[in-house]
Design a protein around this ligand. Structure first.
Ligand code: PGA
Length: 252
C-alpha cells in the first residue's frame, strides 16, 4: 500500500512572515496521519525559517530546485547539500516552469537528480506534456523520454527515494485540470514505464503525484484513482484551508 503524498509548491510567492504563518497553520491543522505524507516547498530564502517552524511536526520540507554540483563557483545557485543543511528532506526537480521557462533539458535534470540523491535528499521528479504534444498524441512518448533520460543511471535503491509528479503543462496554473480518465491513463503509463526501467517492486512502490490545478473540489476524485498517489499543489497550497482540504481529500 502506497501512502498518499501531498506537497505544496509555493513557487515565488509568500513573504517571510506569510511563509512562517502558512507553515505553522499547515503543521498545526495536519497533526499526524500515517496514511498521508505532507510537504511544503517554500522559496529558498525562507527554508531555514520554515524548517524552524516545522521542527517536531510531521510536515516535510522541500526545495523547489537545486544545481547539479556539490559546491563551486556557481553564482546564484543552491546545491543539494545546502538544501539538506537547511532542513529539507525533498527537492523538486524538472518542474515545467524550469523545463520550458528556463530551458532545462533531460540530461541536466538527470544530473540534478543524481547529485540530489547523493546528498541524501529525496526527489520529486516532474514530467508532463505540453498541450500541442497531447493534441499530437505524443503524451506517452514525451513521458517515456522524460522518464528514461531523467532517471537514467539511477539504481533501484536510488529510485526508492524518487517520487514522480505527473504535471500536464496545460493544466498548471490554468484551472484546466486533467479529467480522471486522462490522469489515470498517464499515471498507469508512467508506472508501466518505471516497471520496464526498474522492475516490478519499484513500480509497485513508487508514489506518483498528479499536479496541475488541483483544488479542494477536484482533489478527492483525482486521488481516488488507482495510480494517483497524491498531489503536487501550486496555487491552492498558498492558502492553508485549501491545502488542508486537499490533504484531507487524500485520506479518502
Ligand atoms: P497549480 O501548480 O496547482 O497552481 O496548477 C501546480 C504546480 O506547478 O506544481
Amino acid at each position: 500500500m502506497r501512502p498518499k503524498f501531498v506537497a505544496g509548491n509555493w513557487k515565488m510567492y509568500t513573504s517571510l512572515a506569510s511563509a512562517k504563518g502558512l507553515a505553522a497553520n499547515v503543521a498545526h491543522a495536519f497533526g499526524e496521519d500515517k496514511r498521508v505524507m505532507v510537504a511544503v516547498c517554500p522559496p529558498f530564502p525562507w527554508l531555514t525559517a520554515v524548517a524552524e517552524v516545522l521542527k517536531g511536526t510531521s510536515v516535510l520540507l522541500g526545495g523547489q530546485n537545486c544545481y547539479p554540483e556539490r559546491e563551486g563557483a556557481f553564482t546564484g545557485e543552491v546545491s543539494p547539500a545546502m538544501l539538506k543543511d537547511a532542513g529539507c528532506q525533498y527537492v523538486i526537480i524538472g518542474h515545467s516552469e524550469r523545463r520550458h521557462g528556463l530551458n532545462e533539458g533531460d540530461e541536466f535534470l538527470n544530473r540534478k537528480a543524481k547529485v540530489a540523491l547523493a546528498a541524501g535528499l529525496k526527489v520529486i521528479f516532474c514530467v508532463g506534456e505540453l498541450l500541442a504534444e497531447r493534441e499530437a498524441s505524443k503524451t506517452e512518448a514525451v513521458l517515456d523520454t522524460q522518464l528514461a533520460a531523467g532517471l537514467a543511471g539511477l539504481t533501484t535503491d536510488q529510485m526508492s527515494k524518487v517520487v514522480i509528479a505527473y504535471e500536464p503543462v496545460w493544466a498548471i496554473g490554468t484551472g484546466k485540470v486533467a479529467t480522471p480518465d486522462q490522469a489515470q491513463a498517464a499515471h498507469a503509463h508512467i508506472r508501466g514505464k518505471i516497471r520496464g526501467l526498474f522492475g516490478e517492486f519499484t513500480a509497485d512502490h513508487v508514489q506518483i503525484q498528479y499536479g496541475g490545478s488541483v483544488k479542494p473540489d477536484n482533489a478527492a476524485g483525482l486521488m481516488s484513482l488507482p495510480d494517483v498517489d497524491g498531489a503536487l499543489v501550486g496555487g491552492a497550497s498558498l492558502k492553508a484551508d485549501q491545502f488542508l482540504a486537499i490533504v484531507n481529500a487524500a485520506l479518502g
